[in-house]
Design a protein around this ligand. Structure first.
Ligand SMILES: Nc1nc2c(c(=O)[nH]1)N[C@H]1C(S)=C(S)[C@@H](COP(=O)(O)OP(=O)(O)OC[C@H]3O[C@@H](n4cnc5c(N)ncnc54)[C@H](O)[C@@H]3O)O[C@H]1N2
Ligand code: MOO
Length: 413
């Protein structure tokens, strides 16, 4: 049977994204929301600081009592108490007195400045003040940072450490987000063995499920790495059915090409809900996408060659996961750079050449060969040069599109 006409990368991505919906919104404990987008705007219910408090360890004073203080003519005041952060029984400062006050402790009524210890003799019952503060000096005012009613996070803001810290400071224990997609990753191939297991003359270790599970986890998904499924359609369907209950997305690798034992195609084609076909790219030509099970769970059936599987994940699965999580942009942005070496490329397929990107120099250097089995070169690369379908050769110095593999998305993803 001849190969059907390949579709373009954009056609495949558009179909995938058209079939993917953002996941439901629920409130999650703050740390579980790291890297997700706020699903709703957040308005401050309280002000920050919540009350006037001291910025220094020292003495709360009334300005009028100390305004004349100099080192030559210090002011002496009785100390009426000590106010600690979280231990603030003294709420009013009588005229003509001082109170010890610690950083973060509430400034008592009547006091309008804090004299740091360094300007005093640190007296316990009486204090000698050698220098006059200005009005409000070392007092952090209620609401000077955030005022109750302020919009503090727009919907869609990615929740990183600073945003989560702010939410906690405002008293929120949970935040509304789209939940993490639960991604089931499954490797097919009778030649596969778990890492750590001995190999026979015809077997290899399963690298893909780690490659894809790590990529999905880095994208923000909750990942279930399922073991290896042999090239038997019944075994594949049984494993799939068992996993569907906990999946928002299934990602498989292997078994989608033209071979005699292409298990994924053999098992899923009869269902009629999964499209299989070539995409005009290299690596990553044989692709499949559709849905399975009563819950119509989206399934990506990626090619088995490791580089093909990984770049297919980058191009198709990552945008889908980001759409599910309400994160934008869906795809990692491409950049441009100058090629350090001449390259050639097959006609009719978009080639993704592994490379090193030097952002400072604005250059990109191909690394390793184009073979889709070359995992050493893949690990060495941090970008791919994207060579258009109709381009077969490029000279050194040509400006090309580059897809970085580790940067460009929020949170250093
Ligand atoms: N007659 C044709 N043969 C092939 C074609 C074609 O168009 N006509 N396309 C080739 C291309 S391109 C690719 S890509 C592969 C895709 O094949 P499958 O998706 O069916 O994958 P497998 O045959 O199962 O495996 C391919 C290759 O990758 C290794 N592999 C598989 N799974 C893993 C894993 N989990 N970890 C590490 N390595 C894995 C497997 O051993 C094979 O070497 O088909 C070409 N053939
Ligand atoms: O398209 Mo395959 O993915 O070249 O190796």
């Amino acid at each position: 049977m001849p190969d059907p006409q390949p579709i373009t990368v954009e056609e495949h991505l558009d179909r995938v994204l058209a079939a993917i919906e953002p996941l439901a919104v629920s409130t999650q404990p703050l740390l579980d929301a790291l890297g997700l987008a706020a699903a709703e705007p957040v308005t401050a219910g309280v002000s920050l600081p919540g009350f006037d408090n001291s910025a220094m360890d020292g003495y709360a004073v009334r300005l009028a009592d100390v305004v004349s203080a100099t080192s030559d003519a210090p002011v002496h005041l009785p100390v009426v108490g000590a106010i600690g952060a979280g231990a603030a029984d003294l709420r009013d400062l009588p005229e003509g007195t001082a109170a010890k006050i610690m950083t973060g402790a509430p400034v008592p009524a009547g006091a309008d400045a804090v004299v740091p210890y360094e300007w005093t003799d640190r007296g316990a019952e009486h204090v000698r003040i050698d220098r006059a503060p200005t009005e409000g000096q070392h007092v952090r005012r209620a609401g000077e940072d955030v005022t109750a009613g302020d919009l503090v996070l727009e919907a869609g803001t990615v929740l990183g450490p600073r945003q989560l810290g702010l939410l906690a400071s405002l008293g929120h224990a949970r935040v509304a987000v789209r939940h993490r997609p639960r991604v089931v990753v499954l490797s097919t191939g009778s030649e596969l063995r778990e890492p750590g297991q001995p190999l026979g003359h015809d077997s290899i270790h399963d690298g893909n499920s780690f490659l894809l599970a790590a990529a999905a986890r880095r994208a923000g998904a909750a990942v279930y790495r399922v073991g290896i499924v042999p090239d038997q359609p019944e075994a594949f369907l049984a494993a799939l059915e068992e996993q569907l209950v906990r999946a928002d997305v299934v990602v498989t690798s292997g078994g989608v090409s033209m071979g005699d034992y292409d298990v994924v195609k053999a098992a899923l084609r009869p269902l009629g809900t999964v499209w299989f076909g070539p995409v005009a790219m290299q690596p990553g030509k044989p692709q499949g996408f559709g849905h399975v099970g009563p819950g119509r769970v989206p399934i990506f059936t990626l090619p088995g060659n490791p580089v093909s599987a990984y770049l297919s994940f980058e191009l198709f699965v990552l945008p889908a996961l980001r759409k599910m999580m309400g994160l934008t942009p869906w795809s990692r942005p491409q950049v441009t750079a100058r090629l350090t070496h001449a390259i050639t490329s097959p006609p009719g397929r978009r080639q993704l050449l592994r490379a090193h990107l030097d952002v400072a120099e604005g250059t990109v250097s191909p690394v390793g060969g184009p073979g889709s089995h070359l995992v050493g070169g893949l690990a060495d690369a941090d970008a791919v040069v994207v060579v258009p379908e109709d381009v077969t050769a490029l000279d050194a110095g040509a400006t090309v599109s580059v897809l970085p593999l580790d940067t460009g998305l929020d949170g250093g993803l």
